[in-house]
Design a protein around this ligand. Structure first.
Ligand code: NAD
Length: 551
């Protein structure tokens, strides 16, 4: 029996719920709160500042109770982490529909959100925390690997060998950065105020070594850069202090980014506050704390802009630090680009994005078998081969074994159908769930991140993620979620997610074909509509119907 202190999803083929369609969300909710997976499981926080899996423990217990008894023609509705109703639907309908953190436009700001949260009426769902498809740091590792690979291609002749990258934040997502840099053969210095975050990354093999001493850290990274040896070094300290110091000392840094939790000013530690005082200070005076955090972010971002002035490759890694620094009074904050326009958009045009799956059996052999299947299915995709092979060797599973790789429109369903066959034939020992991050090509409106600088200026149009969620619901996804504020904070994004269960049945195959075709299809559609030519070519080649082209 799980306790609230030590939640762990069931493994193996014995069902707790009535079918795999409900066992899957049950296991994935529990997996999100597994201490091996969640950053702060005791307070239901999975990752990304305060991204939670359920509103409170009473709500968690009620979700578990309901999923355990839910029938295959019923749908559970979850409102910001609290189960609020069960309705009779049908077997093609999702078993769970989730809406997290949504607020009406004029009310969509952190103070109002926090007021409602304190009143027990909402919770922050981040992207995959409240939608139960977080798979630990690996989830972001591949996207981070791809981003650094694209930067290496653009600036450093295809490899980061002999280069030094500086970044901040070694949390749930940010912790992927050191391994992503070393997988691209580079050297990285990562700054975090909280030593325990760096210790965790060392323990899980995402970070090579750490120190409390900046001089020592500088000596180590410069030696590795000189020797062209991949190496990651963590240093304990405040990024607002350390970034300007490194600039001042003229340390030869080639690339700079950051993944502290800047999207939430209460989750960014200002200079002058210790880690031990953090929570109490933020609770005592949230307004004053926000101002101090923004002033510190302004200092950090000023250093980043000046690193760019000095010739470094600098980009915002999707945490809103530029917007917060501007609120903190730094005018040049937007002088460097976000990572999507800088490196990711061409992939989004193809409907490519973070496709992921988890083995409900808990058996790593199931993931090894799916890795082999992916390599066989896409024999000509070199980047995919490099990634899947390296991930198989280097990625430490956190919670249920899982894998991620970026696949596009008219590719994802092939993988899904193959996995479903493997469940049916017994090649896999239990069903798998197939989902994705909300950070995908057709499922998010986020003007400081995924939809920054869209060609037609449609950055803030949020009809697209709503249509994506509705289409996934209509296509047979097992659970569908619609969130606000993930990644970049309240008021700044609207996004949707889907997860589908491959249980080896013919019905699952039919649903998988539709969902895993239509879901990335909305990404191609969104970029066709915005005027991207590569997206239009993909739509023509792969047979996406665009009504404005017909007639
Ligand atoms: P997290 O809360 O798990 O970790 C944040 C880390 O930042 C913590 O370890 C914290 O100690 C550290 N930190 C806070 N203030 C600091 C300071 N002043 N100096 C140094 N370290 C400091 O968050 P996470 O899940 O790692 O996400 C980090 C950010 O990245 C979030 O804003 C998130 O929204 C964003 N994000 C980006 C992507 C992407 O694809 N680019 C994806 C997910 C999340």
């Amino acid at each position: 029996m799980n306790t609230h202190k030590n939640i762990r999803a069931a493994r193996g083929t014995k069902l707790t719920a009535k079918s795999w369609q409900t066992e899957a969300p049950l296991r994935m909710l529990m997996n999100n709160l597994d201490p091996e997976v969640a950053e702060h499981p005791e307070s239901l926080v999975v990752y990304g500042g305060t991204g939670k899996a359920a509103r409170n423990w009473e709500a968690y217990d009620a979700i578990v109770r309901t999923l355990t008894t839910l029938e295959d023609d019923e749908t559970l509705l979850v409102q910001s982490g609290k189960p609020v109703g069960v309705f009779r639907t049908h077997e093609w309908a999702p078993r769970v529909l989730i809406a997290n953190s949504n607020l009406v436009g004029d009310w969509a700001n952190w103070p109002e959100f926090r007021r409602l949260e304190a009143a027990g009426l909402t919770m922050y769902g981040q992207m995959t925390a409240g939608s139960w498809i977080y798979i630990g740091t690996q989830g972001i590792l591949q996207g981070t690997y791809e981003t650094f690979a694209a930067a290496a291609e653009k600036r450093f002749g295809g490899t980061l060998a002999g280069t030094l990258t500086l970044t901040g934040g070694a949390g749930g997502m940010g912790g992927a950065q050191p391994l992503a840099v070393t997988m691209n053969e580079g050297v990285v210095l990562i700054v975090d105020v909280d030593a325990s975050r760096l210790e965790r990354r060392v323990k899980h093999g995402y970070l090579d070594e750490m120190t409390h001493d900046l001089d020592d850290a500088i000596t180590r990274v410069l030696a590795a850069k000189e020797a062209r040896e991949p190496r990651s070094v963590g240093v304990v300290g405040n990024a607002a202090t350390i970034f300007p110091l490194l600039l001042e000392r003229g340390v030869a840094i080639d690339m700079v980014t950051d993944q502290t939790s800047a999207h939430d000013p209460l989750a960014y530690l200002p200079e002058g506050v210790s880690v031990d005082e953090w929570t109490a200070e933020a609770e005592r005076d949230p307004v004053g704390f926000t101002e101090r955090a923004r002033a510190s972010m302004a200092k950090q971002v000023k250093a980043m802009v000046e690193f760019q002035d000095a010739g470094a490759e600098v980009f915002d890694y999707g945490n809103s630090i530029r917007a917060e620094a501007r609120l903190g009074g730094y005018e040049r904050a937007f002088d460097f680009p976000g990572f999507v326009p800088a490196h990711i958009r061409p992939q989004f045009e193809e409907g490519r994005g973070p496709f992921r799956w988890a083995a409900l059996s808990g058996d790593p052999a199931d993931i090894a078998a799916t890795d082999r299947a992916i390599l066989e299915l896409f024999p000509d995709d070199e980047r995919l081969h490099r990634w899947v092979t390296a991930a198989g060797e280097k990625v430490h599973f956190e919670g249920l074994p899982a894998r991620i790789c970026w696949l596009g429109y008219k590719e994802r369903h092939l993988a899904g159908l193959r996995f479903n066959e493997m469940v049916a034939s017994g090649e896999l020992s239990a069903p798998v769930v197939i989902g994705r991050d909300h950070l995908d090509s057709g499922s998010v409106a986020s003007p400081y991140r995924e939809t920054e600088s869209m060609k037609d200026g449609s950055d803030a149009i949020a009809d697209w993620p709503l249509l994506n969620a509705l289409l996934n619901t209509a296509s047979g996804a097992t659970w569908v979620s619609l969130h606000h504020g993930g990644g970049v904070g309240i008021g700044r994004s609207i996004h949707s997610g889907q997860v589908i269960v491959a249980d080896g049945t013919e019905l699952a195959a039919q649903k998988i074909e539709r969902v895993l075709t239509n879901d990335p299809g909305t990404g191609v559609m969104r970029h066709v509509d915005a005027g991207y030519e590569h997206a239009a070519d993909i739509a023509r080649e792969r047979g996406l119907r665009v009504p404005m082209w017909e007639g």
